[in-house]
Write a protein that binds this ligand. Structure first.
Ligand SMILES: Cc1cc2nc3c(=O)[nH]c(=O)nc-3n(C[C@H](O)[C@H](O)[C@H](O)COP(=O)(O)OP(=O)(O)OC[C@H]3O[C@@H](n4cnc5c(N)ncnc54)[C@H](O)[C@@H]3O)c2cc1C
Length: 426
């Protein structure tokens, strides 16, 4: 590693702040390329090794599954915890005719899979154990960081109160969408607070879920049903944040009855399993993903609204690109922290994430706007999309492709009469 002769030695090749799914995936990918890293996290080792359920059930794309296999994560997921996603249906209000997606024609049996976030976190932690190239520093708080011409430096305090200063050619922040490291590195972010929150929980039901996800857009709220194994589904209720706080005060019976009323008999009788968890919805897009000796990954780079289920998937795609660039740079004896090495990561990851970030926010805006005109437009969107096979195929391909091929070209829009007929039928 090139280093000024008078400079203090490097402690590692890459410092990673955050031992969440993104930070650990990067550490593992770098170790596979013989690049050393130190991973710091504020949480203690016991919590990182065996995280409590947090209510999030993560929809994984085919490409994410390929990357998880490569990183030794997939084989660590217990089979019973991996639920196939065979189809998805989008309902607009009480309209019984959904927009339907399935993998037909893609050569795959599933659109993707659903795995609980704490199960992914546990597998990610396991996958970095016993690797000489990885040093884990749980229970460690970051006190400050400095990006200098020849090194990135980080001051931190361990759980026992001892302080240390660590130096490396590159510092990577994987410390969540509200990344403190991003702010300290002087990188701004575009933030969109939707004024809404999701309540997530598991429910058992007397009728099978057929491995079909449902997304139901109602006036004032949306309800997503994610099919899990064992006769259970994950319920994702999105309401205004003040209403979410009020609903969290409801007892379990009242909350279950409310969800039951929304779903009718679609899943039979519902029974709440475990706790309800609340997440305020704030989407975040960093202004830059890289700077000299600094990079952002995972939610710290792109914090998605969960409706299109892309956050962790994007995190893995970014890790794949960044780790590939760093591995090539290492082989060529280049400086891992130089902007020339890091810049392509930003270019590629922006190209991947920017359209979906804004597309997702636009969909959320449309489907949560309850004014008459917006309701009419979304009815048209559901109807037209249902009768536009090329568009549905493009979306399905997006989920089932297992490599980094770019978006297929958008299909031509249907002629206006078809849109009007579709509206008329609605
Ligand atoms: C309700 C919900 C549903 C979702 N559904 C999906 C889905 O279906 N599909 C999908 O792909 N994604 C989904 N996501 C998104 C997914 O959960 C996130 O994208 C993913 O967890 C981000 O991982 P991360 O490692 O980047 O960040 P995080 O999981 O936030 O981890 C950050 C880590 O950094 C540590 N940390 C933070 N600050 C510091 C500090 N100063 N010092 C040391 N450590 C620090 C934290 O302790 C934590 O361990 C969903 C999210 C939510 C909320």
């Amino acid at each position: 590693m090139p280093q000024h002769p008078s400079a203090a030695p490097f402690d590692t090749d890459v410092l990673i702040i955050g031992a969440g799914p993104s930070g650990l995936a990067l550490a593992r990918a770098l170790a596979d390329a013989s690049i050393r890293s130190i991973v710091l996290d504020a949480q203690d080792a016991a919590t990182l090794a065996d995280p409590a359920p947090d209510g999030r059930d993560i929809a994984l794309t085919h490409r994410a599954a390929v990357l998880m296999r490569r990183l030794g994560l997939w084989e660590r997921l217990p089979a019973a915890e991996v639920a196939p996603l065979r189809a998805a249906e989008v309902y607009n209000g009480r309209d019984p005719q959904p927009l339907h997606f399935d993998p037909q024609g893609s050569g795959e049996d599933e659109l993707g899979w659903l795995v609980s976030n704490h199960v992914i976190r546990r597998a990610s932690w396991e996958a970095v154990q016993g690797r000489e190239a990885i040093t884990l520093r749980p229970g460690t708080r970051v006190l400050g960081l400095a990006i200098e011409a020849d090194a990135a430096t980080l001051r931190c305090r361990a759980a026992d109160g001892s302080e240390a200063t660590l130096r490396a050619p590159l510092l990577v922040a994987a410390d969540s969408r509200f990344s403190e490291a991003r702010r300290q590195a002087g990188i701004g972010a575009q933030m969109r607070d939707f004024g809404r929150s999701v309540i997530v929980c598991r429910m058992a039901h007397s009728e099978p879920n057929r491995a079909v996800a449902q997304e139901c857009f109602h006036i004032g709220h949306t309800l997503a049903v994610l099919p899990m194994n064992g006769g259970e589904s994950s319920m994702v209720v999105t309401v205004s944040s003040d209403q979410a706080l009020a609903m969290q005060q409801w007892d379990d019976a009242r909350f279950t009855a409310w969800v039951q009323q929304q779903l009718g008999e679609r899943l039979g009788t519902l029974t709440l399993r475990g706790k309800r968890h609340l997440y305020p919805l704030v989407a975040v897009y960093a202004q830059r993903f890289v700077a000299p000796r600094f990079a952002l990954i995972g939610d710290a780079a792109v914090g998605m609204h969960p409706v299109t289920a892309h956050g962790y998937n994007f995190g893995l795609y970014g890790v794949d690109v960044l780790a590939g660039l760093l591995a090539s740079a290492q082989r060529a004896g280049r400086d891992l922290g130089s902007l020339a090495v890091l810049q392509p990561y930003e270019t590629i990851h922006k190209r991947e994430t920017w359209p979906i970030f804004h597309g997702t926010n636009a969909i959320v805006g449309l489907f949560t706007d309850d004014r008459g005109a917006a309701r009419l437009v979304r009815q048209a969107v559901v109807r037209v999309a249902e009768h536009l096979p090329p568009l549905k195929r493009a979306i399905t391909q997006r989920l089932t492709r297992s490599d980094a091929t770019p978006w297929p070209p958008l299909p031509p829009l249907p002629p206006l009469p078809a849109v009007l007929t579709s509206l008329w039928r609605g």
